[in-house]
Design a protein around this ligand. Sequence first.
Ligand SMILES: [Ca+2]
Ligand SMILES: [Ca+2]
Length: 340
Amino acid sequence: MKRHNQHINNKGIALILTLIIIGIIVVLSLQFNTSMMSELYSSTNLDNEISLGSIAESGVEFALALLSADDIKNIDHLMEDWALASEYSKDSDALFEEGSFDVEIIDLCSMIPVNNLVTYSGVSMTSKVNQGLMIVLKRLLKYSDPDIEDFEADKIVHTLIDWIDTDQDTYGTSDGITPENWTYQDMVPFPNESMKSLTELLNINGIDEKILFDISPQLTLEDNGGKINVYTANEHVLYALFGIQPDEPEVKVIKDFIEDRTDELYLEDINNDPNWYRDWIPSYYPPPGGSVAVITTKSSYFHISSIGKKAPAQRGVQGVVKRDSTSSPAKLTMESWEVI
Ligand SMILES: [Ca+2]
Ligand SMILES: [Ca+2]
């Protein structure tokens, strides 16, 4: 890890300066959300707010520049520059007379995409359940609380499917569970749409605040294509993905993989072979549906937060960016933003 930090320090300032310039170009080519930025600047204490808003905006540009400049397209991992945005931010005071920014980029493809449990296809948009994700989510629930029985995890996930899919049918009734026994509270009929907030999960019987607290860091509501990036997923997601229970000795497989995927000794190997992880995680831990069903090695949705700081005040924005790497340079689209 020491070697890693040194690497960051050496590259830090030069990289920031270069990327800020790229960033300005990137942002000029984006449909930037001007109303969001004017919100950033609007306040009674105008001078200071403008300054803080500009710093936060520079942070966003910096983040976009890092995502755009990532030229290893078929893999996204935690040793790449975008993943080190927070570390690089520590040098950002060099860019301003007063103040600095604190930028963090989180890969949303590192998480389990709840709304992708249901996919739609064809002209009639027939809904289909992503069986692989269903299994992964069930495991996540059971691993977060060993008291959750298999059938209870089933009911929770099936209820979630009914919440999201557009029909009024009850998923999985063929297994003998009748709709009256089902599991939602005060939710008749279901919204039949994507979840808007993870706290909505509390409406589902079997999910209490403790379980929600445990599982929500592993979940995203963004459509990330229904796949999880093995190189950025946290250990709990990886346990669920490969079916390794957290109390089994086999967790060492995952812990070693997590350590080695950020070891620069392997940087070149990883960059050259996206399937490098398969040497670390043996094939007798098959992800549900096989490797192609729920696993990816590249990411397309990122959460960016940028805080402009000028003691004692701070101001920031956060939002979701979609990156389409099929075009060159990669196309970045702001999906949503809010001032924080
Ligand atoms: Ca990459
Ligand atoms: Ca439904």
